[in-house]
Ligand binder design. Structure first.
Ligand code: NI
Length: 175
């Protein structure tokens, strides 16, 4: 297992749609282990494979941030079946450290995803879980949470990031 660098906006792979996983192989199992370790080390409550440079549709979610190993969800090829309601709350992303903004997300979300045993399961999440499902599936579609902000707010964040890149204070691939 390994803790890998988490790529930062605007790294190209974060802005690119990821590919479907064809089968659960030892490589996918290893990828998931690395993702879980990297997510917990950050610490974070969710991570998509493209955040560590792998353009496959795999995400992990753990709202306990490592407190309860049984709560880790592995989502392979996840897709939203239904989004219900709206709720607004602060949201951030490990690929945009230091930036949080209120983001409108569904209150409840039903997804379908494959697990590491290759079974396709239906999962339902409310509140933070619905937010995490949508945030991670967005990642797999090459979208970050700033896409949900007003153009003005988004531009402001982009400007701040560009400024930090020029200052040498923001590496797209952190050491
Ligand atoms: Ni994120």
């Amino acid at each position: 297992m390994a803790i890998l660098p988490i790529l930062r906006y605007p790294h190209e792979i974060l802005l690119t749609e990821s590919n479907e996983v064809r089968a659960i192989t030892p490589d996918i199992e290893r990828l998931v282990k690395d993702m879980i370790e990297t997510m917990h080390a950050a610490p974070g409550v969710g991570l998509a494979a493209n955040q560590i440079g792998v353009n496959l549709r795999v995400a992990v979610v753990d709202l306990t941030a490592g407190e309860k190993p049984g709560e880790i969800l592995v989502l392979v090829n996840p897709r939203v079946l239904e989004n219900i309601g709206v709720y607004v709350e602060d949201e951030g992303c490990l690929s945009l450290p230091g930036f949080t903004e209120s983001v409108k997300r569904p209150e409840r979300c039903v997804i379908e995803a494959m697990d590491l045993d290759g079974r396709v399961r239906t999962l339902e999440g409310n509140g933070l879980m619905a937010r995490a499902f949508n945030h991670e599936i967005d990642h797999l579609n090459g979208r970050l949470f700033i896409e949900h902000l007003t153009p003005l707010k988004r531009r402001l964040i982009k400007k701040k990031v560009q400024k930090r890149i020029r200052a040498g204070d923001w590496d797209l691939v952190p050491a």
